[in-house]
Every structure is written in structure tokens, then in C-alpha cells.
Design a protein around this ligand. Structure first.
Ligand code: ADP
Length: 733
């Protein structure tokens, strides 16, 4: 009695995992579906077995045996289907499945017919040695047909697995081997069981165990095993090195790159090992992550980017950590080459800019002579034709000078030698100067020329006045240049940027030729001129706007253009300027010219003695000629040495010193005179320079020069300078 109870309980318990798998797994894969069906059949077979063990009537035992034998059919059937599906013998499966289904259905049917005619098996009672009685079955010959069918199905499954096992290789072998072993193991258990002739049929439990094992291998272990093997493959073939540590910082994996390139093996790469310490450097391994750059010491020299990661679980306890090594040697070398190339390009560009600056400097010197001499002709000639020729030389010379100045400015900006110089100025005065300067050009073309200036613009601003003027002259003269009829209107306003700064905004609108959309985009590039062919008669280099743009950007501003072909353009310039005095500057045209130099004012100083020093004779002639009408006594020296000797003999009221001379140059000569004991120790010295590189003027002042004049020298500037520095008692106005 006890034995039956134990048997029933064990059988009942064994159904739990089978039911859990049958109803818990939702996989859509065919072979998993077959396993689920197999499980369910096994559950029914186990239940049938419990009924057999506990049958008290023959009829009841008969029904239970029918259920048991028919479920054995279906267990074999689903096992066979699983094997064919799992081994992907799809064609064979298609052929065999209908026949197998029909045979199993027929077999099940005849097993139930046995209830009536008993042609397959019969049941009888038998008692064991403890007196318990059991219903056993006695098989009739036809029973072996049923048994053959079951074994045939299992055999087909084993053959399919064996074929696939033979065809497979590497770690895929495990896939089939594990299942075959399970099936053989169960068959072996069955045989052993039969040898013992136990009255209670435990064999069905083996099917249950087999189902669970097959399910575990097919659904869990093998896919995971294959996945792990595949990951291993990938990790070994990846270009990066990988070294993994467990929670105790022991190395548990190194991929082939880490082994081959860095010599890191599981044995030598604990986190405290010297090899790993090199990579850790000063970083903390408890940090979640860090990155390092590592240069190998050995040849060939390699550079690695190293990523370190700690992996934590939910409660922030370490699970492990890993290093990834990325060989970035090529990238670094490429970057290095790029940097070198960039430096080379920058140097070349600087050299080009310096060359341009020097060239324009060299060109300015002869123009100086040409324009100076020409001015003398203009002053002294009486013949109208000659005056006309000289005027032509003057305008062409000035155009050439403007061009050289543009190139000089541009190359200075490119060479990074351009600096803005802050000074306090009146915007109203500046815009008025612009108006006065450009009005004749607008009038010459019969253009309307209107200035609308916001009278609230603060009266004293601080910024680079010359460059603001340059920007405005550039865009206003362009507007005049590219307008044949109509008008040019300049509108100036401002907005507050901060307590001490305003954004000056000047818009120049014209009714000229306009600019096409296509040209608008490249307008601010150097040497670009829109419709080059059409505009070839209009003077220009295409540098003006490029310079203007750079200047506005240096003043934290912008320049924009709005234009319509044949209708006109509006150029708007915005620049940030500091405010010195917020008092409104007033309406346009009402300002007095307080800042103007004594231009045009003439004077004489017959008792004044000056020394002009220049190694180029023509320049000395120009200076002498320019000063002729002032009656100043001009001595000339053609070298520094001559100047020094003249200065030791005679006292001068002022010295005009050229900078660029063969040794000693202007600066050395200046120093010798200033630091000597001669009579000209304190004589004001003005340096003449064609060196317009930014900051140079400040440099001259810091050396000790009283002031500087840039070449080519203009007579009004020279006279203004002399009036400032000559002793006032010598100047007669
Ligand atoms: P440029 O010395 O040729 O005048 P800029 O850099 O000042 O050089 O101007 C570049 C080009 O932009 C000019 O060649 C001209 O085609 C176009 N441009 C500039 N201002 C105007 C304007 N107000 N109207 C039409 N075209 C203009």
C-alpha cells in the first residue's frame, strides 16, 4: 500500500515541471513546440500510470492501460518530430509526418478498441511479496506491432541526430551530441529497469526526465553555449584588445589582440601586475570609467587609447571590470601629419603675407617719390597741358596707393599682424568727414547723396576710428561706384549692447546695379568681383569687402547685404563700440571740426633748421620740394653716418629720420644722436616709415621718437607735423 502511495506522489510531483514547461514557454520555434507537446503527452502518460497503480477494478485498469499505451505512441511521435525539426531534416519531415500521424492515430484507436475485444493486451492481477495486488498486462502478438511503431519513431529520431552529428563540426557538435546522449541514456535506464521486473512501471518517469533534459539542452544550454562561443570568436577577431577582470580583480579573459600585441595573458595580467599598472597610470580603478593614452616603449612605436570600465550590479557592488585597447597609432600619425601640414600651410601663408607686406612697402617708397615730384609739378607748372598730365599722374598714383594699402591691410590681417587701436572719437565728426570726402564723387555722377544720422548716437565713442572710417568709406564709395543714376542714402543708428557698449549700425542703400543671389555668397571673399566682365571698367580689386568683413568681425560686428539685381543694394554694417560719453551727438552736419588738424593752413618758418635723413636721394628731394613754400632751411643726409656727423656739428630744430636705411638704420642713428652729447640730444625726431604693420607706430613712440609720418608723405601732414614740433617762435602763420 505504501509503495503505491510513494509511487503516485513521485509521479504526480514529476508532472509539475512538465506542466510548467508546457504552458510557461511561449517560443514559436517548431522544435520547441514539439517538445511542449511531448511534455504534455508525458504528463498524460504519468497520470495514466498513477491510475494503473491505483486501479481496483479490471475494467478501470484496462482503460488506464489504453491511455498509457496511446500516450507512449504520442511521446515517441513528438520525440521523432522534434529530432527531425531540430536537425533541420525538413524534406524528410514533410514526407514522413502524414504517415506517422495516421499510424499513431490508428494505433491509439486500436488500443481503445482493445477495451472490447482484447486482441492487443489483456490485464490480470498479481500480488507482490508484501501482499499488495497490481493489475499487470499480458501482451498479445499484435501488441508488438504497437511497440515496433514506437521504437521505429525513436529510431528515426536517433538516425536524424546521428547524421547531423556526423555532418557537424566544432562547437556545433555539442548541439546534437547532447540530445543523442539523453535519448540513449533513457533507453539504457529502460533496459535496466526491465531487467529488474518491477511491478510498478517507473519507466514513464524516464520519459519525463528525458523531456526536461532535451528541453534544457535545446532551449537553454546549447543556444547559450553557441552564443558564448560566437562571442568568443568575435572578441578574438576584433581590432581592439580586451582584458576582463573578475570582482577580485583577477584577469579572467584576454582576447587575441591583447595577447599578441600587448603580451597580456590571464596569468600575467592581474590588476596589480606591472603590465596593467602601466595602463592604469594615476587613475583610480574604483572609478566607473576612465580613458588613457598609452605609448609603447618598444619598437615599432604604437599608441593606444585605453578605456577602462567597472561593471556594477544594482546595489553598486562590483561585478568585474575590463580594459579596451584601441590602437590609434595611425590616427595620431595622420593627425600629426595634418598638424605639420597645417603649420606648414600657415607658415607659407604667413610668408606670403609678409612678402605682400614687404612688397607693398617697397612699392610705396617709389610712389612716394613719384607723387611727391608730381606735386611739385602741379605747384610750379603754368602750362595747362602739363597740369592736366600731372593731375592724371596724381589720380592714377593715388589709385595705385589705395590698392597697395588694401593689399597691405589684407596681408596684415591674414598674417595675424593686424591689431585694432582704440581711441576716443566723435562718430558725428567721423560720418561728417565721410560725407565731405565722398560728396565730390557722388556729385560728379549726379547722384543724390543723403545722410540720415540718429541724433541720439552718443557723442564720444571709443574704438578704432581709422578702421571704422575705412569700413564706411569702403561701402559708401562702393555704392557710388556701382550706381549710375539715382541716389545713395546712408542711415546710421545704434542699439545698446551693455552699460558701456553700443552696437553702431550703418546702412548704405543705393539704386545701382545690384548683385545677383549667386554673387552675394562670394562677395566677401578676397579678390572676388561680381560680374567681372561687365564691371571691368570700374576700378577695384575685390579686396575692399573682404577687408571690411574682417574688420567688422574684429569689432564683434557683422556686415550683411540685401540686394536686387538692377534695383540696388543695401549694405548694413554693425560694429560694437565703447561709449565714453552718452550725451547725444546731435543732428548731422552741426558738429564743429574740433579734431581737424591744421590741414590746408600754411605757414612759413625761414629761421627753422631741419635735417632730413634718407638713403634715397629722390625722397630727400621730395621733402625739400614739399617744404619749399615754408622757407624752412633743410639740410639733407644720405646715410645714418652722415646724419650723425652733421648732428654733432650743427643744432637743428627738428630731424626727419627715414627708418629703412643701410646700417646704421634710422633707429640706430636716432639712438646715437639721442644718447650722445651733441647739440641735438633733445631735438624732436620724426621717423618716416612705409612700415604700416600694426603696432609699429606704438613701437616707434616707445623707442623714443616724438612722432611718425607714413610714406608717401603728404605735404599737409608734413606741415601739420612741423607746426606741432617746431619751436612756436620760429613759426609764422
Ligand atoms: P572692388 O574693389 O571690386 O569694389 P569690393 O570687395 O569692394 O571690391 O567689392 C566686391 C564686389 O562686390 C565688387 O566687385 C562688386 O561687384 C560688388 N559690389 C560691392 N558693392 C556693391 C554695390 N553697392 N552694388 C553692386 N555691387 C557691389
Amino acid at each position: 500500500m505504501h509503495l503505491k502511495l510513494i509511487f503516485s506522489v513521485i509521479c504526480a510531483v514529476s508532472t509539475f515541471p512538465l506542466l510548467a514547461i508546457t504552458f510557461g514557454n511561449k517560443s514559436k520555434q517548431n522544435y520547441i513546440k514539439s517538445i511542449r507537446n511531448l511534455m504534455f503527452s508525458a504528463v498524460l502518460a504519468v497520470l495514466a500510470n498513477i491510475l494503473i497503480a491505483n486501479s481496483s477494478r479490471e475494467h478501470f485498469a484496462n482503460i488506464s492501460y489504453c491511455l498509457y499505451f496511446s500516450e507512449l505512441d504520442w511521446i515517441s511521435y513528438f520525440l521523432c518530430m522534434f529530432c527531425l525539426e531540430y536537425t533541420e531534416h525538413n524534406n524528410f519531415l514533410k514526407k514522413i509526418k502524414p504517415a506517422a500521424t495516421v499510424l499513431c492515430l490508428l494505433d491509439s484507436f486500436f488500443l481503445y478498441v482493445n477495451l472490447v475485444n482484447k486482441i492487443i493486451f489483456d490485464v490480470y492481477t498479481s500480488a507482490d511479496r508484501w501482499g499488495s495486488s497490481y493489475y499487470l498486462y499480458s501482451a498479445k502478438p499484435i501488441y508488438y506491432v504497437h511497440l515496433t511503431l514506437d521504437y521505429l519513431l525513436i529510431l528515426i529520431g536517433i538516425i536524424a541526430l546521428s547524421i547531423s552529428l556526423c555532418k557537424s563540426y566544432g562547437f556545433y557538435r555539442k548541439k546534437y551530441l547532447s540530445i543523442i546522449l539523453v535519448v540513449w541514456f533513457i533507453i539504457l535506464l529502460n533496459i535496466i529497469y526491465m531487467l529488474f521486473l518491477i511491478k510498478l512501471d517507473f519507466s514513464v518517469l524516464f520519459y519525463a526526465i528525458a523531456g526536461i533534459l532535451i528541453y534544457y539542452y535545446a532551449y537553454t544550454y546549447i543556444p547559450r553555449h553557441i552564443k558564448n562561443q560566437a562571442f568568443g570568436l568575435v572578441l578574438n577577431y576584433m581590432n581592439e584588445g580586451l582584458v576582463v577582470f573578475d570582482k577580485d580583480r583577477n584577469c579572467i579573459f584576454t582576447n587575441s589582440m591583447a595577447r599578441d600585441e600587448l603580451g597580456m595573458t590571464i596569468e600575467n595580467s592581474g590588476i596589480d601586475s606591472p603590465i596593467v599598472k602601466k595602463f592604469i597610470n594615476n587613475n583610480n580603478i574604483e572609478e566607473e570609467t576612465f580613458t588613457e593614452i598609452y605609448h609603447t616603449e618598444d619598437e615599432p612605436h604604437r599608441i593606444y587609447k585605453i578605456y577602462y570600465h567597472n561593471v556594477f550590479e544594482k546595489k553598486h557592488r562590483t561585478l568585474g571590470s575590463f580594459f579596451i585597447f584601441e590602437n590609434v597609432t595611425q590616427e595620431y600619425e595622420a593627425l600629426h601629419r595634418m598638424e605639420e601640414a597645417q603649420a606648414e600651410a600657415e607658415n607659407a601663408n604667413k610668408a606670403k603675407s609678409m612678402f605682400l607686406a614687404n612688397m607693398s612697402h617697397e612699392i610705396r617708397t617709389p610712389i612716394n617719390s613719384v607723387l611727391g615730384m608730381n606735386e611739385m609739378i602741379l605747384r610750379e607748372a603754368n602750362d595747362d597741358a602739363i597740369i592736366d598730365y600731372a593731375q592724371n599722374i596724381d589720380s592714377a598714383g593715388n589709385a595705385l596707393l589705395a590698392l597697395i594699402n588694401d593689399i597691405l591691410d589684407f596681408s596684415k590681417i591674414e598674417a595675424g599682424k593686424f591689431e585694432l587701436v582704440d581711441e576716443t572719437y566723435s562718430f558725428q565728426k567721423l560720418i561728417h568727414d565721410c560725407f565731405v570726402m565722398l560728396l565730390p564723387r557722388a556729385e560728379a555722377k549726379n547722384l543724390g547723396f543723403t545722410f540720415k544720422i540718429d541724433e541720439n548716437i552718443p557723442c564720444k565713442l571709443r574704438g578704432d576710428k581709422q578702421r571704422v572710417l575705412q569700413i564706411l568709406i569702403n561701402i559708401i564709395s562702393n555704392a557710388i561706384k556701382y550706381t549710375q543714376s539715382g541716389s545713395v542714402t546712408v542711415t546710421a543708428s545704434y542699439s545698446q549692447v551693455s552699460d558701456s557698449e553700443i552696437m553702431l549700425s550703418v546702412a548704405v542703400a543705393d539704386t545701382g546695379i545690384g548683385i545677383s543671389d549667386e554673387d552675394k555668397n562670394k562677395l566677401f571673399d578676397a579678390f572676388v568681383r561680381a560680374e567681372q566682365y561687365k564691371n571691368r571698367n570700374i576700378e577695384g580689386t575685390g579686396l575692399g569687402l573682404a577687408i571690411t568683413k574682417q574688420l567688422t568681425e574684429m569689432m564683434n560686428g557683422t556686415i550683411t547685404v540685401d540686394s536686387e539685381k538692377n534695383r540696388g543694394s543695401v549694405f548694413t554694417v554693425n560694429v560694437v563700440q565703447k561709449v565714453v560719453n552718452y550725451t547725444p551727438g546731435g543732428a548731422f552736419g552741426t558738429q564743429t571740426e574740433t579734431e581737424s588738424r591744421a590741414t590746408g593752413e600754411s605757414f612759413t618758418a625761414p629761421d627753422a633748421k631741419i635735417l632730413a635723413v634718407d638713403d634715397i636721394k629722390t625722397n630727400l628731394k621730395v621733402i625739400t620740394a614739399l617744404l619749399k613754400r615754408t622757407q624752412i632751411q633743410v639740410d639733407t643726409a644720405e646715410s645714418g653716418t652722415e646724419a650723425i656727423s652733421l648732428c654733432s656739428e650743427k643744432k637743428y630744430d627738428l630731424i626727419l629720420m627715414d627708418h629703412m636705411m643701410p646700417t646704421p638704420d634710422g633707429i640706430e642713428t636716432f639712438k646715437t644722436i639721442r644718447n650722445g652729447d651733441g647739440p641735438n640730444k633733445d631735438t624732436p625726431q620724426i621717423i618716416l616709415t612705409a612700415n604700416a604693420i600694426s603696432g609699429a607706430s606704438d613701437e616707434y613712440i616707445s623707442i623714443g621718437f616724438d612722432n611718425y609720418l607714413s610714406k608717401p608723405i603728404k605735404s599737409n601732414e608734413l606741415e601739420a607735423m612741423l607746426m606741432n614740433y617746431l619751436p612756436s617762435e620760429l613759426v609764422i602763420k
